[in-house]
Design a protein. Sequence first.
Length: 311
Amino acid sequence: MEESAASEITFSDLELFVSFAEREHFGRTAADLGVSVATVQRGVRALERKLGIALVEQAGRQVRMLNAGRVLVREAQAVLRARLDAVDTTRAEAGRPQRLLRIAHTYSLGLGFVPGVLAELLQQHAGLRFHCRQSSANEVVSTLLRGECDVAFTSVSPTEADLVVEPLFTEFVLLAVPVDDPLAERDEVSLREVADRPFISMELGASSRTHMINACARAGFVPRFAIEVSDLFVVEAMVGAGIGVSVVPEGMNDHRHPRVARIRIHDPDWAGRTIFLAYQRAIGQHPTVQALARIARTRGRERGSARSPAE
């Protein structure tokens, strides 16, 4: 493809082709876009001419995407997202309402809490888009500090002066054991009862690992790690396979693992963590961020912000 042909490809060309790829049907694409079938056909063929390659093949009335077409769709979607992100970022820097909100959150908060907050926010601000990234608590904070997200939900409280940090709620950490373990029938357990067991842990630097070590220390022992992984869901997969036990956030109760039982820890007296909302102070006046913060506070109170270690 010559440079002159490449420069002729427009956003409209890409948008039409992405729409066509979702349906692989000229008629349905035309109906959904409110144009004629001939317009869609001409658009696809014109894009093929500009690229100098075939993107689709037609046998009778059946149209099928070729591999080159699927590659173009993937790349076109990235280009179109980048265009929207550029516009949203520019509007945000100018103090205009954001249409894209970049969210970073820890693994367990992505199961129930964060989706609930965003669903309610969408009811109030239709048309918003979100980009969500899940990671360990420390990496979530790093993402915020690098400017790669607008809002963070994490169990680590950053201290930088240019951030707004609010505690939302506290939650217990739970002992995770295989469902066929004798402890699985219990409502509560002491960590001392598993002091001689192998533990499954998140890798060094993860906040859930720190909470586990602290809880075990208060119970009077140092856990022996059998396996260290980088994903909280893999932790539970290892527990479910019978390799060891683990300590996981209460938020993991927002989904059911068929081979894992989670049990409240009563000794030490209280084992838990605080969940924080954090965002750059500079965007704190944006209406979407203010609305998200209000919803998060309300849902945090509902989830258990009144808990304290004494309870």
